[in-house]
Design a protein around this ligand. Structure first.
Ligand SMILES: [Zn+2]
Length: 122
């Protein structure tokens, strides 16, 4: 069986994101996992294939947004939860730098707020 690869991979952004400080730190807790940047509508955590994806459009926002998106997908993998529940957010608060956590409120405002994600620090 050939190894899994998502469709529509952005090779340049994938290479760049694999050098991101968060990925270098957390991949040690995720043996065998691979990270890809893809031209898709959404990122995913694909447990069966040990693959994380981040969508390339995130780069049109800001580097903080990209960091938060990456932290989100890493948090699914390290928490073992594919939901946006307490277990997921407990991991997210460890993974995502505090100054970038507020971006999560755009994606899952109620779940994030209920689980202690705060607004942008002043
Ligand atoms: Zn998610």
């Amino acid at each position: 069986m050939s190894p899994f690869r998502p469709r529509r991979i952005d090779l340049d952004k994938t290479a760049a994101l694999r050098g991101h400080r968060l990925w270098l730190e957390w991949r040690r807790k995720l043996p065998g996992w691979r990270l890809y940047v893809v031209n898709h509508a959404r990122g995913r955590c694909i447990v069966k294939h040990k693959a994380l994806t981040v969508p390339s459009w995130a780069w049109r926002k800001s580097t903080g947004f990209v960091t938060c998106y990456l932290a989100h997908e890493i948090s699914h993998a390290v928490s073992g939860s594919l939901k946006h529940d307490k277990r997921f957010y407990d991991a997210f608060k460890l993974v995502c730098p505090l100054r970038h956590q507020h971006f999560e409120l755009r994606y899952k405002p109620r779940n994030a707020a209920r689980n202690g994600i705060g607004r942008e620090p002043l």
